[in-house]
Design a protein around this ligand. Structure first.
Ligand code: MSP
Length: 593
């Protein structure tokens, strides 16, 4: 895929005052010290993950939910591992486009922001996004953090009064190089200039404002990226950032004239200027961590989940600001690609915006979470259709996983409704019992599954984790099918022991799948684990010891009563041709023997 948003070789910046007249801050002598310090605390159980904060100029769409679900999944996974995890999300409420959107809605900006911010919060609550902090950039705590951050940069001589002349996209709140701008026609057929990356209109801007000495950070940033090859993931985005940094890196305008932009935080000591919305927005991550006084516990373990469109802001501007302020850099920037609809970017004018709240009411919160994480590939864009959602959920959650649970807990096979016993004569460690070669392969696959899943969760390749879990669910279904326990003679004690063993193994498999799926589908996993009789304190990653009886150890579940039957695990979606956006009917999952 091409990345059109490369830096041009020529900046359109004209400085009125040379930045080189200012003292060079001490950090130049050891630019990597902040980054290196992040690696020292190996045993630290603190974890801090963020989503981008969402612009409130329009209602939430599917892409926003995707950013949030990815971060939520990592947060929940870390909690399972026993980490003390902080998870921040929220809304980005300042800037010209918000000011204009409020005007267009005929509301004062604060009321407008509150209304839309509530919509995001409602969506996230409905989809079980378990944030521990919801920040709004209009809050006082944030105002104070931004003012402090600005003053630190100013005191270090990294901000100077200059003038900016160049292209600006209000929609993207971004400055562009001439090479990033192209010609287009607006809806009235008038010639306009647009950003080649986003397609949004750009305007020529000429203003007195404050500049950040970004150019001086080119080589420290290159050192940081080269010294930390995993810092921007997936690697293809790391390479994109390296490429940008090898080109021109002009200083950055970090304020706007107050006469043009009133909806923002004034520059400390200069009421004629408003702080650039991206400086304001990025500092939210510090605000939540407790900046300026109490951020130490969290700040050195920060990781950001972002969409590819805001990579430059997070992987160049933000680390440069942080280096400037003498703060540690993020541990990882997890980048994801975009959701398209009909192969096109979602946009109001195309009428193809997918409302995630509607979709989560139709497909359930877990259904949407599962779909987004199973189909979303961080490396490349994915196309959304309702039909794909229905097919996937029916196949994997309703039929495969739900069917397996149904089979193994059906009163016909398990009249006592207990976790039955494992018989090592029926399934010995060496061949000789009633198990066949494929059964041993299945046990190996499930035993290795937690490590496979952990690796993929860590790198935010959740779709690979789900692929691996789903492959194991298929193997377990194959195991049950192969041995057809419903054909065994319950009156024959050997048959009965073998039947119990088949069910014991299958329930053990389900316990592992339910535990590993908690970060993705928390409600469904809870239902599954409760049905198996697994208590809340038995659901962490320390409980991922699969089939201890096969290893000759005790199994705490053996002989325990199953939890009560709470119906089908995940209801099938009847209408597979759902792209007309009609609500779907659900029906009970197919009943297996
Ligand atoms: N406010 C800034 C972020 C500031 S963070 C300090 C912003 N907001 S946004 O609302 O436009 O986007 C928020 C997130 O949604 C970004 O990660 C963006 O990539 C993501 N998405 C927006 N459209 C998307 C898709 N179509 N698909 C997937 N994610 C997309 O940028």
């Amino acid at each position: 895929m091409k990345f059109p948003y490369l830096f041009a070789t020529r900046a359109v910046l004209r400085f009125q005052q040379s930045p080189f007249l200012l003292p060079v801050p001490a950090l130049w002598t050891h630019p990597r010290s902040a980054a290196l310090s992040t690696r020292l605390c190996k045993d630290d159980r603190s974890y801090y993950i963020t989503t981008p904060i969402f612009y409130v100029n329009a209602s939430p769409h599917l892409g926003h939910l995707y950013s949030a679900v990815l971060a939520d999944c990592l947060h929940r996974y870390k909690l399972l591992q026993g980490f003390n995890s902080k998870f921040a999300t929220g809304t980005d409420e300042h800037g010209l486009k918000i000011q204009q959107a409020a005007e267009a809605a005929g509301k004062d900006p604060m009321t407008f922001c509150t209304d839309v911010s509530k919509q995001f919060r409602h969506l996230f609550d409905s989809c079980n996004i378990s944030y521990t902090d919801y920040i709004r950039t209009t809050e006082q705590r944030h105002h104070e953090a931004v003012e402090h951050f600005w003053s630190v940069l100013w005191n270090k001589g990294l901000i100077y009064k200059g003038s900016y002349e160049g292209w600006y996209s209000t929609q993207d709140e971004s400055f562009l190089m001439p090479s990033q701008v192209g010609d287009a026609l607006d809806s009235l057929g008038k010639e306009i200039k647009v950003s080649l990356e986003s397609g949004h209109k750009v305007e020529w801007m000429k203003e007195e404002n404050y500049m950040f000495r970004l150019s001086a950070f080119q080589s420290p940033l290159l050192d940081w990226l080269r010294g930390n090859p995993q810092v921007v993931q997936p690697d293809r985005f790391h390479q994109v950032v390296l490429k940008w940094l090898q080109e021109d890196l002009p200083d950055l305008s970090v304020s706007r004239q107050r006469s043009r932009l009133q909806w923002g935080i004034p520059v400390p000591g200069d009421d004629e200027q408003t702080i650039y919305v991206w400086v304001d927005a990025l500092v939210n991550y510090l605000t939540v961590a407790g900046y300026p006084d109490k951020h130490n516990q969290w700040w050195h373990v920060a990781r950001h989940v972002i969409g590819k469109d805001i990579l430059k802001f997070h992987a160049i501007y933000w680390p440069a600001f942080l280096l400037g302020a003498g703060l540690p850099l993020p541990r990882v920037i997890h980048v994801h690609s975009h959701w398209t609809v009909g192969g096109k970017k979602m946009s109001k004018s195309l009428g193809n915006v997918v409302n995630p709240l509607d979709r989560s009411q139709i497909f359930t919160a877990d259904g949407m979470r599962y779909f987004l994480l199973r189909q979303g590939v961080p490396d490349s864009d994915c196309d959304y259709t309702d039909n794909k959602v229905a097919k996937l959920l029916n196949a994997e959650l309703a039929d495969s996983l739900g069917g397996l649970l149904n089979r193994c807990t059906a009163p016909a096979l398990n009249p006592a409704q207990v976790y039955p016993s494992f018989c090592s004569q029926s399934f010995p460690r060496e061949q000789g019992g009633r198990a066949v070669g494929e059964d041993y392969l299945m046990l190996d696959a499930v035993k290795n599954l937690p490590a496979v899943v952990e690796k993929h969760y860590e790198t935010m390749h959740v779709y690979k984790a789900l692929e691996a879990i789903n492959a194991c669910v298929r193997l377990t279904n194959g195991f049950v099918q192969r041995h057809a326990p419903w054909k065994l003679d319950r009156k024959d004690s050997e048959d009965q022991r073998w039947l119990d063993t088949i069910i014991h193994i299958s329930l053990e498999c389900l316990r592992i799948y339910g535990t590993l799926l908690q970060p993705v589908v928390p409600e469904t996993s809870n239902k599954l684990l409760s049905r198996l009789g697994v208590q809340p304190h038995e659901r962490s990653s320390t409980a991922l010891n699969f089939l201890p009886r096969y290893q000759g150890m005790d199994c705490p579940f053996e002989g325990r009563a199953l939890g009560s039957d709470c119906g089908v695990l995940f209801s099938r979606l009847e209408n597979q041709n759902a792209d007309k956006q009609k609500p779907m009917k659900t029906k009970k999952s197919a009943n297996f023997k």
